[in-house]
Design a protein around this ligand. Structure first.
Ligand code: OKP
Ligand code: ZN
Length: 337
């Protein structure tokens, strides 16, 4: 399996996690995954670029403009560093504000997604990885893994949050659907991908299915409930399977069958997997009890769908096992484990 990666994610090294303490979404995450992949002897290639047009397939122009200039505006206004973080509770307004303090609340939905000097560059590089993976799939590859960092599935069309700025998986899905074929996004991160859901909520072309912790007790709290099924033409093309805290591998695989059945009857031409490894028992911000070996089983079942697939890295914060979880998943997909 081909892997797309660039070390330009190093530009984004958040140091504050809302409250106190180190931010879990660290550069060491990508390093851990890359090292495990290299130890497996898998080929790693750099991404091609991403154009404004490719970003606009998923994100709003005013939001991209904000991401690009926010850190500079924040610094020039002498607001406290080391990064842009909303100062009042984040709040979406009807008309996009022009003042940087108001913008920080309008364009971000939490206080754990700091926008530092290199954040946008790193986010663009991650999006480029996902896009390149999708392009290789349309070019005939069966499976391609985009080692993205920062993650993307919480980012909406016009909002960052949940450590996410650009929705890498959605950008891949939009690319895969460019010639009109159906695309399914399967999100196996511990958290619900509210951004991906929002982006495709009205679309019958992209089916979003997610297994995740019950949002009543886990981030993002405001989305991911089972009654969210899509809207308008997209009604019926969104599937949320919330699971209780403590869910183990067996229970997880049982729920996965439900999602795979729905995807199979949707009949997509291409698949995108949002791969989060924060379902692991040891994960510091998760709450399920999966084991490292479970990731191979999950990958194997998804691979058996038999659809060409771009795998996009999302969360996973337990550094000692993160690389092994990813490698097991990929090996499972290819039927090697
Ligand atoms: C990003 B991804 C925990 C609060 C949760 C945000 C979690 C973002 C997860 N104290 N904070 O889905 O792995
Ligand atoms: Zn997560």
């Amino acid at each position: 399996m081909k892997v797309i990666y660039t070390d330009r994610h190093l530009e984004h090294a958040p140091s504050i996690a809302g409250a106190v303490g180190p931010h879990p979404e660290s550069p060491q995450r990508a390093k851990a995954i890359l090292e495990a992949i290299q130890a497996e002897g898998m080929a790693v290639a750099r991404p091609r670029g991403i154009t404004k047009k490719q970003l606009l397939a998923v994100h709003d122009g005013d939001y991209l403009h904000y991401l690009q200039g926010a850190y500079k505006a924040w610094t020039e206004a002498h607001l406290p560093g080391p990064a842009v973080i909303p100062q009042s509770p984040p709040h979406r307004m009807d008309v996009a504000p022009t003042n940087i303090v108001a913008q920080a609340g309008h364009y971000c939905f939490d206080t754990e997604t700091p926008l530092g000097p290199g954040t946008y560059k790193a986010a663009l590089a991650a999006a480029a990885c996902a896009l390149t993976a999708a392009q290789q799939i349309t070019g005939g590859e069966r499976f391609v893994f985009a080692l993205c960092r920062p993650p993307g599935h919480h980012a909406g069309r016009g909002v960052c949050g949940g450590f996410c700025y650009l929705n890498n998986a959605a950008i891949a899905a939009a690319e895969l659907g460019k010639s009109g074929g159906k695309v399914a996004v399967l999100d196996v991160d511990f958290h619900h991908g509210n951004g991906t859901q929002e982006i495709f909520y009205d679309s019958p072309q992209v089916f979003y299915a997610s297994l995740h912790a019950d949002p009543n007790v886990a981030f993002p709290h405001f989305a991911g409930y089972a009654n969210e099924r899509g809207r308008g033409g997209g009604a019926g093309f969104n599937l949320n399977i919330p699971l209780p805290l403590g869910t183990d591998g067996r229970e997880y695989l049982r729920a996965l069958e439900q999602a795979l059945e729905a995807i199979a009857s949707f009949g997509p031409q291409f698949l995108v997997v949002s791969l989060g490894c924060d379902t692991l028992a040891e994960d510091p911000i998760g709450g399920f009890t999966l084991e490292v070996a479970d990731f191979a089983a999950i990958g194997r079942r998804i691979g058996q769908l038999g659809r060409p697939c771009a795998i996009v890295q999302e969360g996973g914060y337990y550094l000692p096992s993160l690389g092994q979880c990813v490698v097991n998943f990929l090996a499972g997909m290819e039927g090697r484990m």
